[in-house]
Ligand binder design. Structure first.
Ligand code: SF4
Length: 330
């Protein structure tokens, strides 16, 4: 753990003119919700040991990652595997004190780390909770996010976060605009990831193989988007120093959220099929990826020498990677 200090960007006052994420919508969240749909009252859907992260985060036989899943999201991807909490904002309101206590409880239960899952929109509360328990928390803090972060906020978190676990989802502006309503996604995420790597340096594992500091960049291959995946890998090869991060290449995409058959986004109504069901507004995402799609991306990574990290098997496309959101531990 690194020492703590405070920052104005992350103070409770930041909720009054919210600029915590790149959307910088300026909402006064003490009285209303912002683009992310959240007020300043922290909501959590689950705070429990979690075994489905990368082996250096969750361990392989025991322990687990102390994952705290926050409700709501600043990005809101249409295919989100955690749709129930990210879009529907399922969860329970908790105080800063309760959040701090959940960190300590997870540590007592044997968690290898505290894994903050999609915490950006609640950062002032999260930092306040960390401040409350800084003398008793001895395990690393993991920041598990969609990659859509402000580099200034990443920098302000340098004294709180030991391990960064960002996605790098797309390079193409039209893809990020269509699926995440964020045409600036790559510009923001690539800058934020460079800042993360600058802060932590190369990954460090302890003698159990558990990560104590570093960056793991996750990339989920999407149906029909393998060329964008390949362009992203080339960008990583050319722009990020070799050995300065782990790549986690994922094949586990399953249609979920607004792309599932019969489900549409209210803002993007689809047609009705012959059975009277409404079709997805994203028909191209209504299938799993093919073996060809995944293997062409995986082989490109290997050809580029991006072999430090994790590569899922194609058979990993299972919904069981999504834990039950049932308020466990909240
Ligand atoms: S965290 Fe929410 S309220 Fe704050 S800038 Fe981002 S979308 Fe707007």
């Amino acid at each position: 753990m690194t020492p703590y200090s405070n920052s104005n960007l992350l103070s409770m006052d930041a909720y009054k003119d919210c600029r915590l994420c790149p959307r910088q919508c300026g909402a006064n969240r003490t009285v209303r919700t912002g683009y992310c749909g959240c007020t300043d009252r922290t909501r959590v859907a689950r705070a429990a040991l979690h075994m489905w992260e990368e082996p250096c985060i969750s361990g392989t036989f025991s322990g687990g990652s102390g994952a705290v899943f926050f409700s709501g999201c600043t990005l809101g991807c249409c295919f989100c595997q955690n749709y129930k909490i990210s879009h529907d904002r399922f969860g329970k309101e908790i105080s800063v004190r309760q959040l701090a206590d959940s960190f300590l409880r997870l540590q007592e239960e044997g968690a290898y780390n505290i894994n903050l899952v999609t915490a950006t929109h609640y950062l002032p509360s999260v930092v306040s909770a960390l401040e409350l328990v800084k003398d008793r928390l001895t395990i690393p803090i993991v920041y598990n996010c969609g990659g859509y972060e402000r580099p200034e906020i990443v920098k302000a978190l340098s004294e709180y976060v030991d391990i960064w676990l960002p996605d790098l989802k797309y390079m193409d502006r039209s893809l990020s605009a269509r699926y995440s309503q964020a045409s600036d996604y790559f510009e923001q995420a690539s800058s934020a990831i460079r800042q993360m790597i600058d802060q932590t340096g190369a990954p460090v594992l302890d003698d159990r193989g558990i990560m104590s500091s570093g960056v793991i960049i996750r990339h989920l291959v999407l149906p029909g988007a393998r060329q964008d995946s390949i362009r992203l890998l080339r960008w990583m090869k050319e722009n990020l120093p070799k050995g300065s991060y782990y790549l986690s290449l994922m094949s586990q995409y399953t249609p979920a959220g607004a792309v599932k058959e019969g489900t549409i986004l209210p803002s993007q109504p689809g047609q009705k099929d012959s059975a009277g069901r409404q079709e997805s507004a994203y028909p191209e995402l209504s299938r799993r990826i093919t073996t060809y799609e995944y293997e062409s991306v995986l082989n490109t990574a290997l050809e580029l020498g991006l072999d430090m990290g994790y590569m899922q098997k194609k058979s990993s496309a299972k919904e069981e990677y999504t834990p039950p959101f049932n308020l466990e531990g909240v």
